[in-house]
Design a protein. Structure first.
Length: 165
């Protein structure tokens, strides 16, 4: 097939750093290989000069050059979009892990909460017991104090007699 010089590289690639042009040239080469393999498979022979010329003419039209470049642009856009999505997913995962780590550092371990709950339960129970016994002793001492007050008041009562003449 390459019996005559093909200027398609110059038509597709504008400069050394023309990534879309380089990808378009790769697409053209793939198309060319598919053409040759199809001839070999269907006819069990190499393509003739006439078939090669026909392929060359059809693949170098302005519309085909534009199609190669558009296909390359689409392919590059897909690669960039996929790469960007993967990078965003990776950054998101890293950020989430970082946030979780920071939050875990700020929060006390779960067993601290259990310990505080147990201590609070004991304190509450102790206060309950304290007030219960305070109430019992208060109930017992109140009648005793009333009795004591009554007995003390009865002793202190002195008849006050005044004689006036």
């Amino acid at each position: 097939m390459g019996r005559q010089y093909n200027y398609i590289y110059k038509k597709l690639v504008n400069s050394e750093d023309d990534l879309i042009g380089l990808i378009a040239y790769g697409i053209y080469k793939k198309h060319k290989i598919e053409f040759i393999e199809q001839i070999q498979e269907e006819y069990k022979r190499e393509p003739t000069d006439e078939e090669c010329s026909s392929f060359f003419i059809s693949s170098t039209t302005d519309s085909q050059i534009i199609k190669y470049r558009n296909d390359a642009s689409s392919l590059l856009s897909e690669v960039v979009a996929n790469t960007t999505a993967e990078e965003l997913d990776r950054y998101e995962s890293e950020m989430l892990a970082s946030y979780e780590s920071s939050i875990k550092k700020c929060l006390p371990p779960w067993w601290h909460n259990v310990l505080y709950s147990v201590l609070a339960s004991f304190v509450f129970a102790g206060l309950g017991i304290f007030f219960y016994y305070l109430g019992l002793t208060e109930k017992q001492s109140t009648p005793q104090q009333v009795e004591l007050k009554i007995s003390t008041d009865s002793i202190d009562i002195k008849p006050h007699v005044s004689i006036h003449k």
